[in-house]
Design a protein around this ligand. Structure first.
Ligand code: PLP
Length: 381
């Protein structure tokens, strides 16, 4: 006998991201590329890796691309190639993923945190100069959530104090600052192709880009045991390789990146329009002249945890990026920071909430998320 369900079934389930949906849109290309790598045993280096490096360099308008095993390694390799040595200080934002700063320490340097902007979540240029000492060697701006950092001001400060700039583009493939692609400002740019990133592999992968031939060669040597040809060890390096399978997969996905980026921007615009009507929700601020690529669509709310629980009950998956700002995680307890040192990053950690966004998301799914948020905000007016 038919029994009515006790609880009405949600018409919609909205995952935070849906990697399988993306795979299904390009399945034949991906499957053929994987089969080809296996058929030719092109597992390490070789034509697949070279082809991806060339194509990625063209896509981001860089002269050189050096691939490596993941985005974290790319930061470490870049800093070694830039000559970071014991006691050197590197300035990085207080609000980022830990890769940005753990690699400063690995390269031998000292992490110096700088607060982020109250609205854009990127490093606040007005706070950088007070952090500069005679030991400072570089700055790592992070284009967080897909929004470019304020590169004009950062480059001016760097030039004045003779510092290098390493752009962390892990969340910002194809984002633009005043018409210019991110990654083209600093000495080098670091990319992650972690599966959930805007361009994602089916495993770990990363890359560096630069227009400096000497730096490109040093970075390639460091990633490959200190030499670019087998048996050549001019310096001690590491083993950090993009493998053939990931390179072949990334080469299939790369031509779709501009369309996937536009899809993210279109979905973000739909969120923006709908959320503008709701009290208590702060939408992402896009700085003047910036083109945001929405790796994450991050709102703020005073009762963030209650809002997240309400959305979970409506089958909407959300994430907090990141629940504890870097200076306050146990790994940096040695620096003895308090919230007052980085008021913006500290204030954001309890308020930020990343809503679902992925290129295959539908307008109906956005409507569902917005309706669930509206229900929450109206109940609490
Ligand atoms: C993902 C990410 C990285 C590191 O990338 P992996 O490929 O996961 O090692 C570095 N910086 C930022 C800001 C990231 O989001």
């Amino acid at each position: 006998m038919f029994k009515a369900p006790l609880k009405p079934v949600n018409p919609m389930r909205v995952p935070f991201a849906d990697l399988h949906a993306q795979y299904l849109t390009i399945k034949s290309g991906i499957d053929a590329a994987i089969a080809d790598v296996i058929a030719t045993s092109a597992f390490i280096r070789g034509p697949k890796v070279q082809a991806f490096e060339d194509a990625f360099a063209r896509m981001v308008d860089a002269k050189y691309c050096v691939s490596c095993a993941n985005g974290t390694d790319s930061l470490y390799i870049a800093m070694r190639a830039l000559g970071v040595s014991r006691g050197d200080e590197v300035i990085a934002p207080a609000h980022s993923w830990i890769s940005t700063t753990e690699t400063i320490t690995q390269a031998g340097g000292n992490v110096v945190f700088c607060d982020t902007d109250a609205d854009t979540f990127t490093i606040d240029p007005a706070r950088i100069e007070e952090k500069i000492t005679p030991r400072t060697v570089g700055i790592i701006p992070v284009h967080l959530y897909g929004q470019p950092a304020d590169m004009e001001k950062i480059m001016q400060i760097a030039a004045k104090h003779r510092l290098w700039v390493l752009e962390d583009c892990a969340q910002a493939h194809l984002a633009r600052y005043k018409g210019r692609l991110v990654g083209s400002f600093g000495a080098a740019a670091s990319y992650s192709f972690y599966p959930g990133k805007n361009l994602g592999a089916m495993g770990d992968a990363g890359a560096l880009t630069t227009n400096d031939a000497g730096l490109a060669e040093r970075m390639a040597m460091l990633a490959r045991h200190g030499g670019v040809t087998k048996g050549d060890h001019r310096i001690e390096g590491v083993n950090s390789r993009l493998d053939g399978l990931q390179a072949a997969i990334l080469s299939v996905k790369l031509p779709h990146l501009p369309a996937w980026t536009s899809a993210r921007q279109r979905l973000a615009a739909q969120y923006d329009r709908a959320l503008a009507e709701l009290p208590g929700i702060t939408r992402p601020t896009v700085a003047a002249g910036c083109e945001h690529v929405y790796h994450l669509y991050v709102v703020r709310h005073e009762r963030r945890d209650e809002l997240a629980a309400h959305l979970a009950a409506r089958d909407v998956q959300t994430v907090v990026n990141y629940p504890v700002a870097l200076p306050f995680v146990p790994a940096y307890a040695r620096l003895g920071h308090t919230g007052a040192d980085f008021p913006n990053a500290y204030g954001h950690q309890s308020r930020v909430l990343s809503l679902p966004i992925f290129p295959e998301m539908t307008a109906e799914q956005i409507d569902w998320v917005v309706a669930a948020i509206a229900e929450f905000t109206q109940a609490r007016q």
